[in-house]
Design a protein around this ligand. Sequence first.
Ligand code: PLP
Length: 500
Amino acid sequence: MTLPLKAGARAPSAADAAATADREGASAPRRLPAVDTVLKTEAARAAQARHGRAAATAAVRHLLDVRRAALAAGAPPDPSALAAEALGAAALALLDAAAAPSLKPVINLTGTVLHTNLGRAILAEEAVAAATAAMRQAVALEFDLAGGKRGERDDHVRALLLELTGAEAATVVNNNAAAVLITLNTLAAGKESIVSRGELIEIGGAFRMPEIMARAGTLLREVGTTNRTHMKDYAGALTPDTGLILKVHTSNYRIEGFTAEVPARELADLARAHGVPLVNDLGSGTLADLAAYGLVHEPTVREAVGEGADIVTFSGDKLLGGPQTGFIVGRAELIAQINKNPMKRALRVDKIRLAALEATLKLYRDPDRLAARLPTLRFLTRTAADLAAEAGRLAPEIAARLGAGFTVGVIACRSQIGSGALPLETLASAGLAVRPADGSGRALAALSDALRRLPVPVIGRVEDQALVLDLRCLDQAGDLLSAFDALGTAHRGRTRHGLA
Ligand SMILES: *Cc1c(COP(=O)(O)O)cnc(C)c1O
């Protein structure tokens, strides 16, 4: 909501009432109270205490203008809406709503663990604490405390990244899209980048490989076909104009059936023989072997480095479970070139994310406790049996809060990892299916709409004429119950005002 707060809104003067009466003219209704009168009501006093005198005055003026215009346009006067108390309350509501954060915490019951539109990974408490500390104080961001000289921001995570990936060198940028952009620009601007037609991906949010390549100033040299690309296709495309060979993890789709791709290890040999680097964009990538946690194996960064790629890029806020960042790891000489690219300055990360990242990476040193401490892994490893038990406990509580208009059942469902990790793998999960008792689609739409408008919105998915609430990412059951309590209040409020 935007509130027309006039610059330099002043405190009301005694002349205001007269001015108001003046503007209304002799024939206009004189039923509107003066600004001053409204500001003296209890609600308007609360508005001034909470939001300041200038904002409260501007809100009252705005409401009076709206009411006056409505009356002038012939709207029937509603004494209850024109009373000073009502206007004070409306001003308070307006200011409270405008003050509520736009970036609202929500309860993600979509069943997608790494939901890009819901902010991807939830950070570990260790990362939250580190980020908070970095926000409150000056930090030795680019300052070598031992020598008293200038340091580099990568210093804080470089050793950890090398330890966890086996790479020779590493650097961090804004996100993986940035990692790919700066890598292509540094190593292949004005030259050709060879990539299989089966790997020309589009990731949500307009990350399309051909367009990124164009912006990086490299010429896309597509080889092979959509379903099959062979060694001879890559070999035949190598010329003195080749800048690099790019392998892209097909994060969000699979080509199945009559297919062929060249393994990274063989591409690395080909690239080396020709004297060009092999870049492997892993996308999600992971630092831990997910199979060790009972999940399907996703290529680890260590494996990609071990296969001989000269550069590997991956995201910080996908499976890794950290803040939004992009990693470039690989050969020291190439990383040094990337760090000299002026783009690096434009794509660097700030101290807050760097602090959260360092804390997140440190959790990987203790794989035994990783699933307990890293929310992404904790969510992914919850069993369907545990989730079904939780659903069984919650169903009657939610049903009681929704009343007779809805039924709440426990259902088996499937969660997704999201953000392009293992696109075809789903996880057996459990949740609640909320159905209108009369089967009305309108009631279902109204409920999911009301849940989205709560102070702490609850986001589920509509499926088979039910609102499905997958419990995989619900950390505190109490949060969901409180949200539904607020739904009751909102609903009763609407009924009272005759809007239900
Ligand atoms: C997700 C992804 C990207 C983009 O990464 P962001 O961290 O979202 O910028 C690039 N390439 C692949 C293969 C991906 O999966």
